[in-house]
Design a protein around this ligand. Sequence first.
Ligand code: FAD
Length: 407
Amino acid sequence: MSHASPPPDSDGPQRFPVVVVGAGPAGLTVGNILRAASVGCLVLEAETREVIERRPRAGVIEEWAVRGLEKRGLARNLLDRAELHTACEFRFEGERYRFPYGELTGSHHFVYPQPLLVTDLVREYADVRGGEIRFGVRDVALHDLDSDQPSVSYACPETGERRLVHCDFVAGCDGARGATRAALPPERVRIARHDYGIGWLALLAEAPPSADCVLFGCHARGFAGQMPRSPELTRYYLQCPPGDDPDNWPHERVWSELRQRLGAAGAPPPTEGRLIEKRVLDMHDYVVEPMVHGRLHLAGDAAHLVAPIAAKGMNLALHDAFLLGDALVARLTTGDDSGLGGYAEACLRRVWDYQEFSQWLSEVYHGTAAGDPFRAGTALARLRRLFTSPTAAAAFAEQYLGTAARY
Ligand code: FAD
């Protein structure tokens, strides 16, 4: 059992107990947990450090995930700087309905932009805990995963030469478009997919939010959402056809649709600002089973994608990373295999629960615009039930916050 420090950088084959592919929230959290236990680890990342520290994406983090980061010494900046959200607001049939989930549950969301979290995690891993990381690597390939001597190779960004790294375990944390999932033998993999048949135009505006909480506009023209990111930055979503071209959405059209779809009696219109991100996301989910093949363990979006309907993806990535990091430490420091043995099952219980909630919520968001009066009627019934039935409200709050006692 080896958890010694790795040899210094060299052109020959190297050896690390764990190679982590991908420096997103999942990979960097696994790396930090390993380094805190003095387990040697190499993170391989396709992009530069500047790119991963700036890539805008998630912002809503559930409280249990923040406590998990805090327990591992990874939440100092987050706890200082994140905004706490205790309510969201639904807008439908021209009215606004505030849903005070904080009052109902005593729990809240943290809003902390993903680039800030990634910046904190990479700094802690590489600069504080002395973890090895290579940026800009190309053509990562995994070898001999079925054996107890797996390895990972990659093309060096400076020279293009291939480098080989021997290891005990590989953590596949390279997101939805990574390389590690492809290393699972196709005959043993089941990829369960769900396509919503809709797109979301994801926008980032240099403008303050027009309300202090997340807004969901369920409108016959299509869904619109507002997610505050900071006092100067707001994320907006507009439902659009899948595969739509962002160029079909000039500034005027975006703000006109946002005003209409988020319009409600007494509600101020969205504050306009320069749009610094504008891209179309085709809304789909997938779950890869098994998440484990030999010495490869997948984590985060590499294993399961959940459309950003309920803001769950990064939370699931962190959940996987906590379990995988702790399990690898137990295996490599004491020989205890139980965490790795139960890893996939423990991840997938929460994954499927969140997938189901996203599917349910999707119908609430999009049913009114489906062009089908029956779906519109049932979507509005779901919405009204949240504000008339305390039991339905409590169930929604629990799922929205991810606070169920057991998954
Ligand atoms: P990633 O963050 O994708 O990281 C994977 C890393 O691997 C990347 O750095 C990538 O460059 C690298 N990589 C890829 N291929 C290779 C390769 N071949 N070799 C080496 N490295 C590679 N989630 C929430 O919980 N809350 C939200 O509010 C939320 N909002 C979202 C909004 C948008 C617009 C989007 C797109 C997503 C949102 N999500 C949200 C989802 C969240 O961003 C993802 O679930 C999260 O980033 C997953 O983390 P990860 O570490 O698994 O993967």
